[in-house]
Design a protein around this ligand. Sequence first.
Ligand SMILES: Cc1ncc(COP(=O)(O)O)c(C=O)c1O
Length: 380
Amino acid sequence: MTRVWNFSAGPAVLPEEVLQQAADEMLDWRGRGLSVMEMSHRGAEFTEIFDTARSNFRKLLNIPDSHDVLFMQGGAIGQNAIVPLNLSAGFTQAAFVNTGSWSKKTFQEYKKYGEAVAVLSNSLPALTDGTARDLTHSASAYVPDCSGLPALVNSQNFAYLHYCDNETIGGVEFHGQIEALASQLDCPVVADMSSNILSRQFDVSQYGLIYGGAQKNIGPAGLTFVIIKKELLSRSLPICPSAFEFKTVSENGSMYNTPPTYSIYVAGLVFEWLLKQGGVNWAQAEAKRKSELLYSYLDQSEFFRSPVASADRSRMNIPFVLADESLNATFLSQAAERGLVQLKGHKSVGGMRASIYNAMPYEGVAALVDFMRDFEAEVV
Ligand SMILES: Cc1ncc(COP(=O)(O)O)c(C=O)c1O
């Protein structure tokens, strides 16, 4: 068996040990004679799997008692509707920080539920006129200066302030700017952490709500995590569907309806794997080591370039462009021959993108940099 280095943005690489364990347990989970896929979600076996997964997730992120963890379905895009339906009682508007495609999508969806106010955005063309952004010819993507947020947000009666902590497509990541200001804001902070959850230490208590799809740093698609401050559980609109009402989901221990059982099982294996590696501290150090390896190569290269302002670069999703775009297809096919796959950038921005989540070993990034060095030597 030969496994490739998979740089997919998601669904993404999973730890090989986890896949092996899931394979070993596929037909017979720990001597019970059945697969996890075949278990009742209310039975003793799955209850054990679920409780262990949830408590390890809490342990990894040091989630305080003030916050509940919900395992849901519908993905992060589902949350773009579910969050407003749950947090809007008594409010008619919410504030948004727009830094790329994903935050912009959340902003747009909110317009169905109230007045969406973009209090801050970077000036990317894609954010203002909706046209595709060509990273090859544009200025850097970046995080806007957030220091004025309290003045922009306070006394406006916003239901919440939403931002995306890591823009998976543009490769722009916050490095704690909004978290540091959260206590000065008079509305809760809601963060989409789909693509960088479990990759850095952060203070959960500063957030009203954190959500994301699991299919990047947690496990298979189908599972959505929600971390919510309990005091926000009573803000839902009457039209909120019961299956998506945080209060109902919370009161039923994420089992109001059948949860995505197999995805939760694999996520639980990933949490155990991460704890064994050294938890989020380990992931954070590895993310730094791996991303610095690739960025330092990009910064000295005469052929490849990062389009993101250096202070705001993502440690998880690294877009890069070739000086000669006509070589994009050759680059991708030669990379695939070396076992380096899923490097094509998102269709809205073009170029390349290497997603290097927790489960991507340092050796995978080193193999990519070796290949890029060889490619550059050949074409420059
Ligand atoms: C930051 C971010 N938000 C939202 C989404 C959409 O997630 P889903 O497909 O789980 O709805 C993605 C998916 O790639 C993402 O990266």
